[in-house]
Design a protein around this ligand. Structure first.
Ligand code: PBG
Length: 344
Protein backbone atom coordinates (compact mmCIF):
# COMPACT_ATOMS: atom_id res chain seq x y z
CA UNK A 1 0.00 0.00 0.00
CA UNK A 2 2.80 2.33 0.85
CA UNK A 3 4.33 1.84 -2.62
CA UNK A 4 0.97 2.56 -4.26
CA UNK A 5 0.56 5.73 -2.28
CA UNK A 6 4.02 6.85 -3.22
CA UNK A 7 3.31 6.20 -6.89
CA UNK A 8 0.08 8.17 -6.72
CA UNK A 9 1.85 11.04 -5.04
CA UNK A 10 4.45 10.94 -7.80
CA UNK A 11 1.75 11.07 -10.48
CA UNK A 12 0.19 14.10 -8.85
CA UNK A 13 3.55 15.80 -8.80
CA UNK A 14 4.01 15.20 -12.54
CA UNK A 15 0.59 16.63 -13.24
CA UNK A 16 1.45 19.60 -11.11
CA UNK A 17 4.47 20.25 -13.33
CA UNK A 18 2.19 20.04 -16.36
CA UNK A 19 5.07 19.60 -18.75
CA UNK A 20 4.40 19.38 -22.46
CA UNK A 21 7.97 20.39 -23.29
CA UNK A 22 10.63 17.99 -22.13
CA UNK A 23 14.06 18.86 -23.56
CA UNK A 24 15.42 15.62 -22.17
CA UNK A 25 13.39 13.61 -24.72
CA UNK A 26 15.91 14.54 -27.41
CA UNK A 27 18.80 13.53 -25.18
CA UNK A 28 17.52 10.12 -24.22
CA UNK A 29 19.70 8.04 -26.54
CA UNK A 30 22.87 8.40 -28.54
CA UNK A 31 21.06 8.11 -31.91
CA UNK A 32 18.86 11.03 -30.94
CA UNK A 33 21.68 13.15 -29.54
CA UNK A 34 23.52 12.63 -32.82
CA UNK A 35 20.49 13.68 -34.87
CA UNK A 36 19.91 16.95 -33.02
CA UNK A 37 23.58 17.91 -32.58
CA UNK A 38 24.18 21.43 -33.96
CA UNK A 39 27.96 21.51 -34.31
CA UNK A 40 30.56 18.90 -35.04
CA UNK A 41 34.29 18.69 -35.29
CA UNK A 42 35.86 17.46 -38.49
CA UNK A 43 39.40 16.78 -39.61
CA UNK A 44 38.80 19.58 -42.15
CA UNK A 45 38.89 22.06 -39.27
CA UNK A 46 42.48 21.40 -38.25
CA UNK A 47 45.79 23.18 -38.73
CA UNK A 48 48.74 21.52 -36.99
CA UNK A 49 51.59 23.73 -35.67
CA UNK A 50 55.01 22.02 -35.59
CA UNK A 51 58.35 23.06 -34.07
CA UNK A 52 61.46 22.74 -36.23
CA UNK A 53 65.01 22.24 -34.99
CA UNK A 54 68.42 21.65 -36.60
CA UNK A 55 69.76 18.14 -37.06
CA UNK A 56 68.90 14.77 -38.53
CA UNK A 57 66.53 12.23 -37.06
CA UNK A 58 66.15 14.49 -34.07
CA UNK A 59 63.07 14.62 -31.85
CA UNK A 60 63.38 16.67 -28.71
CA UNK A 61 60.67 16.77 -26.03
CA UNK A 62 59.38 20.13 -24.78
CA UNK A 63 59.02 20.01 -20.98
CA UNK A 64 56.07 22.39 -20.72
CA UNK A 65 54.21 20.76 -23.65
CA UNK A 66 54.17 17.05 -22.86
CA UNK A 67 53.52 15.02 -26.00
CA UNK A 68 54.90 17.74 -28.32
CA UNK A 69 58.44 17.62 -29.71
CA UNK A 70 60.83 19.81 -31.67
CA UNK A 71 61.61 17.98 -34.92
CA UNK A 72 64.44 18.12 -37.42
CA UNK A 73 63.43 18.75 -41.04
CA UNK A 74 63.48 15.05 -42.01
CA UNK A 75 61.19 14.25 -39.07
CA UNK A 76 58.93 17.15 -40.06
CA UNK A 77 58.53 15.53 -43.48
CA UNK A 78 57.48 12.28 -41.81
CA UNK A 79 54.91 14.07 -39.71
CA UNK A 80 53.65 15.93 -42.77
CA UNK A 81 53.12 12.58 -44.47
CA UNK A 82 51.24 11.38 -41.41
CA UNK A 83 49.14 14.57 -41.39
CA UNK A 84 48.25 14.03 -45.04
CA UNK A 85 47.29 10.40 -44.37
CA UNK A 86 45.05 11.59 -41.53
CA UNK A 87 43.43 14.18 -43.81
CA UNK A 88 44.69 17.24 -41.93
CA UNK A 89 44.43 20.09 -44.48
CA UNK A 90 47.38 22.23 -43.36
CA UNK A 91 50.43 22.37 -41.11
CA UNK A 92 52.37 25.33 -39.78
CA UNK A 93 56.01 25.76 -38.75
CA UNK A 94 57.80 27.50 -35.89
CA UNK A 95 61.59 27.37 -35.68
CA UNK A 96 63.87 26.90 -32.71
CA UNK A 97 66.71 29.09 -33.95
CA UNK A 98 70.19 28.27 -32.66
CA UNK A 99 71.10 30.96 -30.09
CA UNK A 100 74.28 31.80 -32.03
CA UNK A 101 72.10 32.82 -35.00
CA UNK A 102 69.92 35.22 -33.03
CA UNK A 103 70.72 38.92 -33.23
CA UNK A 104 68.99 42.25 -32.48
CA UNK A 105 67.48 42.56 -35.97
CA UNK A 106 66.55 38.90 -36.41
CA UNK A 107 68.62 38.66 -39.58
CA UNK A 108 68.25 34.87 -39.74
CA UNK A 109 64.58 35.50 -40.64
CA UNK A 110 65.81 36.68 -44.04
CA UNK A 111 68.09 33.73 -44.68
CA UNK A 112 66.68 31.65 -47.55
CA UNK A 113 68.33 28.60 -45.98
CA UNK A 114 66.81 29.09 -42.52
CA UNK A 115 64.98 26.23 -40.80
CA UNK A 116 61.52 27.33 -41.85
CA UNK A 117 62.42 27.71 -45.54
CA UNK A 118 64.14 24.32 -45.56
CA UNK A 119 61.15 22.68 -43.86
CA UNK A 120 58.73 24.27 -46.35
CA UNK A 121 60.76 23.13 -49.36
CA UNK A 122 61.18 19.61 -48.00
CA UNK A 123 57.48 19.21 -47.20
CA UNK A 124 56.30 20.73 -50.49
CA UNK A 125 58.56 18.32 -52.35
CA UNK A 126 57.48 15.21 -50.42
CA UNK A 127 53.82 16.03 -49.67
CA UNK A 128 52.70 18.62 -52.24
CA UNK A 129 49.02 18.17 -51.45
CA UNK A 130 49.22 19.49 -47.88
CA UNK A 131 48.78 23.20 -47.17
CA UNK A 132 51.82 24.83 -45.61
CA UNK A 133 51.51 27.90 -43.44
CA UNK A 134 54.42 29.98 -42.14
CA UNK A 135 54.53 32.46 -39.31
CA UNK A 136 55.83 35.93 -40.01
CA UNK A 137 57.37 37.74 -37.04
CA UNK A 138 60.89 38.34 -35.77
CA UNK A 139 60.71 36.74 -32.32
CA UNK A 140 62.20 33.31 -33.15
CA UNK A 141 65.23 35.14 -34.58
CA UNK A 142 65.88 38.11 -32.30
CA UNK A 143 68.26 38.08 -29.33
CA UNK A 144 65.70 40.08 -27.29
CA UNK A 145 62.73 37.84 -28.15
CA UNK A 146 60.50 40.60 -29.50
CA UNK A 147 58.45 40.35 -32.69
CA UNK A 148 59.90 43.58 -34.04
CA UNK A 149 62.94 45.81 -34.06
CA UNK A 150 63.77 47.24 -30.67
CA UNK A 151 65.22 50.70 -30.18
CA UNK A 152 65.67 52.26 -26.74
CA UNK A 153 63.07 49.89 -25.34
CA UNK A 154 60.49 50.73 -28.05
CA UNK A 155 59.31 48.51 -30.89
CA UNK A 156 59.67 50.28 -34.24
CA UNK A 157 56.55 49.66 -36.30
CA UNK A 158 57.28 50.76 -39.85
CA UNK A 159 60.89 49.60 -39.89
CA UNK A 160 59.70 46.20 -38.68
CA UNK A 161 57.02 46.00 -41.38
CA UNK A 162 59.68 46.44 -44.07
CA UNK A 163 61.49 43.36 -42.70
CA UNK A 164 58.27 41.37 -42.41
CA UNK A 165 57.58 41.96 -46.11
CA UNK A 166 61.03 40.56 -46.93
CA UNK A 167 60.46 37.60 -44.63
CA UNK A 168 57.10 36.89 -46.31
CA UNK A 169 58.74 36.95 -49.73
CA UNK A 170 61.41 34.40 -48.88
CA UNK A 171 58.78 32.14 -47.30
CA UNK A 172 56.60 32.42 -50.40
CA UNK A 173 59.62 31.67 -52.59
CA UNK A 174 60.26 28.55 -50.51
CA UNK A 175 56.70 27.44 -51.28
CA UNK A 176 54.59 28.60 -48.36
CA UNK A 177 50.87 28.60 -49.20
CA UNK A 178 49.69 30.78 -46.32
CA UNK A 179 51.64 33.69 -44.88
CA UNK A 180 50.56 34.26 -41.30
CA UNK A 181 51.84 37.47 -39.71
CA UNK A 182 51.74 37.04 -35.92
CA UNK A 183 53.63 40.21 -35.02
CA UNK A 184 50.72 42.68 -34.54
CA UNK A 185 52.53 45.62 -36.18
CA UNK A 186 50.18 48.18 -37.75
CA UNK A 187 49.81 47.98 -41.52
CA UNK A 188 51.75 44.77 -42.06
CA UNK A 189 48.97 42.87 -43.83
CA UNK A 190 48.60 45.54 -46.52
CA UNK A 191 52.35 45.87 -46.99
CA UNK A 192 52.79 42.10 -47.25
CA UNK A 193 49.91 41.83 -49.75
CA UNK A 194 51.46 44.49 -51.99
CA UNK A 195 54.89 42.87 -51.67
CA UNK A 196 53.57 39.41 -52.54
CA UNK A 197 51.57 40.70 -55.52
CA UNK A 198 54.50 42.67 -56.93
CA UNK A 199 56.68 39.58 -56.71
CA UNK A 200 54.08 37.51 -58.55
CA UNK A 201 52.74 35.61 -55.52
CA UNK A 202 49.14 36.59 -56.17
CA UNK A 203 47.77 33.23 -55.03
CA UNK A 204 49.65 33.06 -51.76
CA UNK A 205 47.11 33.55 -48.97
CA UNK A 206 47.41 35.72 -45.89
CA UNK A 207 45.97 34.54 -42.59
CA UNK A 208 46.23 37.48 -40.23
CA UNK A 209 46.75 36.99 -36.53
CA UNK A 210 44.22 39.81 -36.36
CA UNK A 211 43.14 39.81 -32.73
CA UNK A 212 46.17 38.61 -30.84
CA UNK A 213 46.20 39.31 -27.15
CA UNK A 214 49.15 39.92 -24.82
CA UNK A 215 48.59 36.62 -23.05
CA UNK A 216 50.11 34.53 -20.28
CA UNK A 217 49.05 31.46 -22.27
CA UNK A 218 52.02 31.69 -24.68
CA UNK A 219 54.49 30.64 -21.97
CA UNK A 220 55.16 27.05 -23.14
CA UNK A 221 55.51 28.18 -26.79
CA UNK A 222 58.27 30.55 -25.76
CA UNK A 223 60.02 27.60 -24.11
CA UNK A 224 59.53 25.59 -27.29
CA UNK A 225 61.21 28.18 -29.53
CA UNK A 226 63.68 29.22 -26.84
CA UNK A 227 62.65 32.82 -26.34
CA UNK A 228 61.32 32.82 -22.76
CA UNK A 229 64.71 33.36 -21.12
CA UNK A 230 65.66 36.01 -23.66
CA UNK A 231 62.48 38.09 -23.72
CA UNK A 232 63.14 41.59 -22.46
CA UNK A 233 60.00 43.10 -20.93
CA UNK A 234 56.63 42.13 -22.41
CA UNK A 235 54.67 42.50 -25.64
CA UNK A 236 51.92 44.82 -24.44
CA UNK A 237 52.80 47.70 -26.75
CA UNK A 238 51.83 45.61 -29.76
CA UNK A 239 49.66 42.69 -28.64
CA UNK A 240 46.13 43.52 -27.45
CA UNK A 241 44.97 44.22 -23.91
CA UNK A 242 42.89 41.28 -22.57
CA UNK A 243 40.32 43.81 -21.34
CA UNK A 244 39.35 44.80 -24.87
CA UNK A 245 36.63 43.46 -27.14
CA UNK A 246 35.53 46.23 -29.58
CA UNK A 247 39.19 46.82 -30.39
CA UNK A 248 39.37 43.26 -31.75
CA UNK A 249 36.69 44.16 -34.30
CA UNK A 250 38.66 47.23 -35.38
CA UNK A 251 41.82 45.15 -35.77
CA UNK A 252 39.99 42.53 -37.82
CA UNK A 253 38.33 45.22 -39.99
CA UNK A 254 41.75 46.71 -40.78
CA UNK A 255 43.28 43.36 -41.69
CA UNK A 256 40.38 42.48 -43.99
CA UNK A 257 40.61 45.91 -45.64
CA UNK A 258 44.35 45.39 -46.11
CA UNK A 259 43.78 42.09 -47.87
CA UNK A 260 43.70 39.26 -45.33
CA UNK A 261 42.07 36.11 -46.75
CA UNK A 262 41.29 34.82 -43.28
CA UNK A 263 41.64 36.10 -39.74
CA UNK A 264 42.60 34.53 -36.45
CA UNK A 265 41.77 35.09 -32.82
CA UNK A 266 44.43 34.11 -30.31
CA UNK A 267 44.48 32.62 -27.67
CA UNK A 268 41.37 30.50 -28.14
CA UNK A 269 39.40 29.30 -25.14
CA UNK A 270 39.71 32.49 -23.05
CA UNK A 271 38.53 34.52 -26.09
CA UNK A 272 35.53 32.57 -27.42
CA UNK A 273 33.43 35.73 -27.14
CA UNK A 274 35.78 37.47 -29.57
CA UNK A 275 35.54 34.62 -32.09
CA UNK A 276 31.76 34.84 -32.00
CA UNK A 277 31.76 38.65 -32.45
CA UNK A 278 34.25 38.49 -35.33
CA UNK A 279 32.36 35.75 -37.15
CA UNK A 280 28.99 37.49 -36.72
CA UNK A 281 30.31 40.89 -37.73
CA UNK A 282 32.44 39.98 -40.76
CA UNK A 283 31.52 36.47 -41.87
CA UNK A 284 35.03 35.87 -43.20
CA UNK A 285 36.97 32.63 -42.65
CA UNK A 286 37.77 32.85 -38.95
CA UNK A 287 40.30 30.72 -37.10
CA UNK A 288 41.14 30.18 -33.47
CA UNK A 289 44.56 29.32 -32.10
CA UNK A 290 44.38 26.92 -29.18
CA UNK A 291 47.75 28.08 -27.87
CA UNK A 292 50.51 26.28 -26.03
CA UNK A 293 49.27 27.24 -22.55
CA UNK A 294 45.81 25.91 -23.28
CA UNK A 295 47.32 22.64 -24.44
CA UNK A 296 49.62 22.54 -21.40
CA UNK A 297 46.73 23.11 -18.98
CA UNK A 298 44.68 20.23 -20.34
CA UNK A 299 47.69 17.92 -20.52
CA UNK A 300 48.88 18.79 -17.02
CA UNK A 301 45.49 17.96 -15.54
CA UNK A 302 45.08 14.85 -17.70
CA UNK A 303 48.52 13.53 -16.82
CA UNK A 304 47.70 14.01 -13.14
CA UNK A 305 44.53 12.00 -13.58
CA UNK A 306 42.43 15.07 -12.74
CA UNK A 307 40.41 15.03 -15.92
CA UNK A 308 39.84 12.82 -18.94
CA UNK A 309 42.33 14.23 -21.46
CA UNK A 310 40.65 12.91 -24.60
CA UNK A 311 37.25 14.20 -23.62
CA UNK A 312 38.63 17.58 -22.57
CA UNK A 313 40.49 17.80 -25.90
CA UNK A 314 37.39 17.14 -27.97
CA UNK A 315 35.17 19.37 -25.84
CA UNK A 316 37.60 22.28 -26.02
CA UNK A 317 37.88 21.98 -29.81
CA UNK A 318 34.12 21.72 -30.24
CA UNK A 319 33.79 24.96 -28.27
CA UNK A 320 35.63 26.78 -31.07
CA UNK A 321 33.17 25.47 -33.65
CA UNK A 322 30.23 26.50 -31.48
CA UNK A 323 31.74 29.98 -31.10
CA UNK A 324 31.79 30.31 -34.89
CA UNK A 325 35.34 29.36 -35.84
CA UNK A 326 35.85 27.73 -39.22
CA UNK A 327 39.00 26.01 -38.04
CA UNK A 328 41.52 25.70 -35.22
CA UNK A 329 45.28 25.70 -34.96
CA UNK A 330 45.94 23.06 -32.35
CA UNK A 331 48.78 20.89 -31.09
CA UNK A 332 46.12 18.21 -30.70
CA UNK A 333 45.57 18.04 -34.48
CA UNK A 334 47.01 14.54 -35.10
CA UNK A 335 45.55 13.09 -31.91
CA UNK A 336 42.07 14.41 -32.55
CA UNK A 337 42.29 13.42 -36.22
CA UNK A 338 43.05 9.84 -35.16
CA UNK A 339 40.05 9.90 -32.88
CA UNK A 340 37.78 11.42 -35.52
CA UNK A 341 38.49 8.45 -37.77
CA UNK A 342 36.57 6.43 -35.22
CA UNK A 343 34.08 9.36 -34.89
CA UNK A 344 34.08 11.49 -31.74
C1 PBG B 1 55.04 35.01 -31.85
C2 PBG B 1 54.08 33.90 -31.69
C3 PBG B 1 53.65 33.44 -30.46
C4 PBG B 1 52.82 32.36 -30.71
C5 PBG B 1 52.72 32.19 -32.08
N1 PBG B 1 53.51 33.17 -32.69
C6 PBG B 1 54.02 33.84 -29.09
C7 PBG B 1 54.17 35.23 -28.70
O1 PBG B 1 53.52 36.12 -29.24
O2 PBG B 1 54.99 35.45 -27.81
C8 PBG B 1 52.15 31.57 -29.61
C9 PBG B 1 51.65 30.23 -29.92
C10 PBG B 1 51.38 29.39 -28.73
O3 PBG B 1 51.48 29.82 -27.56
O4 PBG B 1 51.05 28.22 -28.94
N2 PBG B 1 55.15 35.66 -33.03
Amino acid sequence: PLAVETAQAETRRFEALGLTRRPRRNRKAEWSRRLVREYGLSVDDLIWPLFVIEGQGRREPIASMPGVERLSVDEIVREAERAARLGIPAISFFPYTEPSLRDPTGSESLNRENLVCRAVRAVKRAVPEIGVMTDVALDPYTSHGHDGLLSDGAILNDETVALLVEQSLIQAEAGSDIIAPSDMMDGRVGAIRVGLDRAGFRDVQIMAYAAKYASAFYGPFRDAIGTSAALVGDKRTYQMDPGNSAEALREVALDIEEGADSVMVKPGLPYLDIIRRVKDEFGVPTFAYQVSGEYAMIEAAARNGWLDGDRAMVESLLAFKRAGADGVLTYYAPRVAERLRGAV
